[in-house]
Design a protein. Structure first.
Length: 399
């Protein structure tokens, strides 16, 4: 029994010593401190400042009305009345509108063909064309929302007029036009703000990338100097590699809990982003996510041989990790390969959980993501311990 207590006590002392040593290495490495302090503290502010509003109101567009009839004029007035776009120019030709687009005076064009009113009066299907400036997603979003909403409203108005001519009015006409009534209610994002999609993803992505590139930079530096975090002294031998991984992990855990609370709680509150959860629920998510990204980083940083390698990975891995969160493309539409690859990154589950928790305010809504992150944490802890053991054996053979 005494031997068991002595073993546990020594194990804890060893882990504490590794924790203190790792903190010293972090503090004395200017590059790592720059990554943690600048990227971890400045990037959340920068992203929220740039994308804080998240919407574009009264986007200037041009209309080319080749029809000139009552239907086309009404359509133009209703589009101009939307929040998303403003009819800034009425052009006589598409070429004139293209010139305005090239001069960046407008960010979209609505082309109404000459037979628009004629087809509607003949009870035929009419079409129109829209062109959007694709330099940013927000321009395309505004053009699509404004023209589609007005088009649906126009269809209802035209149907109402047709049934009125046939003698059907009131509830009879309404039931024929809209047999199933619906009420559009965007409870958590009524303005369809880009911020709600991008910034929430960016907050957790920053944590993962800062942790990975910071720890990998330190690992690469040690290896360039002929040292290693897994190199054991005589008084640490024979007590398992788990204390090395946990001791190092505790040092980063202390730092990244602070960065996580700052980026995921304080900064959104500073910029008045909608957060429907309680602070302690967000803290629980941060605790799980930080543990996941730490052991994820330890596992993959074991392949880093030089400090400069991290910069290459930064350019290559970040776009892939962002894509795999489902931010730009729904995960349900991923091919099998990319869906499988997405399970490698903690942000695949962390970003989704963060957005869902901010919107729903309920831990039960993110239970599947919490379970996935817990499984990842266990797997990466085992892998990082194995990697540390292999590296320690390699140093023992060299010595």
């Amino acid at each position: 029994m005494e031997e068991k207590i002595s073993y546990i006590g020594r194990w804890v002392r060893d882990a504490w010593g590794i924790f203190v040593n790792e903190l010293k290495l972090i503090i004395h490495d200017n590059g790592v401190m720059l990554i943690f302090c600048f990227a971890g503290l400045v990037y959340p502010l920068l992203y929220n400042w740039i994308y804080g509003y998240g919407v574009v109101d009264d986007m200037p567009v041009a209309v080319v009305d080749l029809s000139g009839g009552s239907y086309s004029r009404r359509y133009i007035r209703e589009v101009d009345a939307t929040r998303e776009v403003e009819i800034a120019y009425n052009c006589t030709s598409l070429e004139e509108a293209r010139q305005l687009m090239a001069e960046q005076k407008i960010h979209g064009v609505i082309l109404i063909p000459s037979d628009f009113d004629e087809k509607l009066n003949s009870l035929e299907q009419a079409t129109l064309s829209t062109y959007a400036d694709m330099s940013t997603f927000l321009y395309y979003k505004n053009m699509t929302i404004a023209t589609n909403k007005v088009m649906l409203d126009e269809v209802h108005q035209i149907q109402t007029e047709r049934y009125a001519e046939a003698g059907l009015t009131g509830m009879d006409a309404k039931q024929l036009i809209e047999p199933v009534q619906y009420d559009e209610s965007l409870q958590f994002n009524p303005a369809i703000s880009f911020t709600m999609f991008f910034v929430y993803m960016a907050m957790f992505m920053i944590l993962q990338q800062v942790m990975f590139y910071g720890s990998s930079t330190l690992t690469g530096t040690l290896r360039e100097e002929g040292r290693s975090f897994a190199q054991l002294t005589d008084n640490l031998s024979g007590h398992g590699m788990g204390r090395i991984v946990l001791g190092r992990g505790l040092a980063y855990y202390l730092i990244f809990i602070v960065l996580g609370v700052y980026g995921a709680l304080f900064v959104p509150h500073l910029f008045n982003l909608p957060m429907h959860c309680r602070w302690w629920e967000m803290l629980i998510l941060i605790l799980f996510f930080v543990a996941d990204i730490i052991f994820f980083s330890f596992t993959w940083s074991s392949a880093i041989a030089k400090r400069e390698t991290v910069l290459v990975l930064l350019l290559f891995v970040t776009p892939i990790a962002v894509f795999l969160t489902g931010f730009t493309w729904p995960t349900s539409s991923f091919p099998a390969f990319w869906k499988t690859l997405s399970y490698v990154f903690p942000t695949t589950f962390g970003c989704r959980a963060y957005m869902n928790l901010c919107n729903s305010g309920n831990l039960y809504a993110i239970a599947p993501e919490i379970k996935a992150m817990t499984l990842q944490t266990v797997v990466y802890f085992i892998l990082s311990s194995v990697a540390a053991y292999v590296e320690a054996r390699g140093f023992m053979k060299k010595s």
